[in-house]
Every structure is written in C-alpha cells, then in structure tokens.
Design a protein. Structure first.
Length: 246
C-alpha cells in the first residue's frame, strides 16, 4: 500500500466536500486514517494521501496483465492438481480493487492477499471498504494474511503462479526503507522463489523504471516488459512484468 506525500495513485482530493474521519489508528508503522469525502473513501498514512476509491484502473491492470502474461507464457498443460486454475499472491490490500477484480475472474484459483496494516484489514472485513471487497472476501478462493510482504517472500515456502505487488509507489519510490529490499537482487531472488516455473511477477509503479527492468533481467527473469496506463497528470502508471522460466 503506497505511502507518499506526492502519490499519483489517483487524483489528489479536491475541495468538492470536506472530509469526514471514519477511523484513526496508531499502528506499528505510524498513524493510518480512513476518511470519507463525498462518495469517495480515502486512506491517509502519517498525514499523507495514499489512495481512494475513485478509480481503480491501475489495480485492475495489475491483475489482468499478470493473468494474460501467465496464460501466454505457458504452452504446456498444467499438471493435475485439486484446482488447476492459477494461484495469485497480491501484495497490499489497499482499498481492495485488486482483490475484488481477481475474485471476479473465475480463471483464478487461490487468491492470497498480504497486508501488514490491521486497520486496513478491519476496514474491509467490518467497515466501509466492505462495499468493494465484501463479495471477494466471501469467496472461498480468497484469504488475507496479516504480515509484512517483504518478510513473507523471504520466509514463506508456498509458491504461486503469479505475484501482483503493490505496496509502494514503485521500485524507486518506496514507502519505508525496508521495502527497498523487495526490489534488490536479494528481494527479487526471494520473489522468484515464491513463483512456480512459468510464473509471473507483476509490480505496480507510479512511474517507469528502466533500472528496475534491468534488475529483473539480472535476477533471471525473462519476458521483461512494461504496460502503461495514462493518468490525468504527469508520467503514466506502469506495471512491470517478468516471467520465471525455470
């Protein structure tokens, strides 16, 4: 879940209506607030606007691009399993667009979301963000893990067909210093280890990062590319895509 004073995830709230604070928590990573402004719900962390419920195109692209790349990368039949549909790990719950979009697609099998902020999880399970994620959380394919994504990719043993990561404003624009590990050679090796052969890594970014593309190649990924989505101002949002071939 990106945290930045200048996040371009969606339009910065305008003066159309005064915000109403719905919940405010002090957690291990600082203060986090859920606000409502008109019809929009907003998440604010340490006084900085993160994202709201006004759009969601980038989050949907993240999931769709991962699945399209995954299906295109696999030419051999999948082995027999209890559920032959591909599994996905979503890093960052946010306002729930990625989870809801994945759950709305019957082509996905298991859908696991990693979220480190308990407040965000509560707002989805018991609060106003239920309007976006309620159906997805009721889906038997979906599960939320309350843990830090960086720690999880380094310590977990589970492997997935796709990793959709959206916890920062991008590889060059991280929320906290520790998140930088995720985009390092060590972190990318850990992500690769969480993928099955032929699996896809998809990383959301608020701006293009040629340096990160090169880091993905150096980490042994193939098919490295970017998909862009235009935004109202500034550089386009980007989804970095890469395939684990072996």
């Amino acid at each position: 879940m990106p945290v930045s004073a200048t996040s371009v995830r969606s339009s910065v709230p305008g003066p159309d209506s005064a915000p109403v604070t719905l919940d405010r928590r002090d957690g291990p990573y600082g203060e986090i607030v859920l606000r409502q402004r008109g019809e929009r719900l907003e998440i604010i962390a340490n006084g900085c606007f993160l994202m709201d419920t006004s759009d969601g195109r980038s989050e949907r692209l993240l999931v769709d691009a991962a699945l399209a790349t995954l299906l295109g990368a696999r030419s051999a039949p999948r082995p027999e399993t209890p559920d032959p549909r591909p599994s996905v790990l979503i890093g960052g719950l946010g306002v729930g667009f990625s989870l809801a979009h994945a759950a709305a697609d019957p082509r996905w099998g298991g859908i696991v979301v990693v979220e480190r902020e308990q407040a965000v999880i509560d707002w989805h399970r018991e609060g106003p963000l239920d309007r976006i994620s309620g159906a997805a959380l009721a889906d038997p394919r979906a599960a939320i893990l309350h843990t830090d994504l960086v720690e999880y990719v380094h310590t977990a043993t589970e492997r997935y067909d796709a990793l959709c990561l959206d916890i920062d404003n991008g590889p060059d624009w991280t929320v906290t210093e520790g998140n930088g590990n995720l985009y390092s050679a060590e972190g990318l090796a850990a992500c690769r280890a969480r993928l099955k052969p032929g699996g896809v890594l998809a990383v959301w970014s608020a701006r293009p990062s040629p340096v990160f593309g090169e880091a993905l190649r150096n980490a042994g990924f193939t098919g490295v590319r970017e998909e862009e989505i235009r935004v109202a101002r500034g550089l386009p949002d980007v989804v970095h895509l890469a395939v684990r071939t072996a």
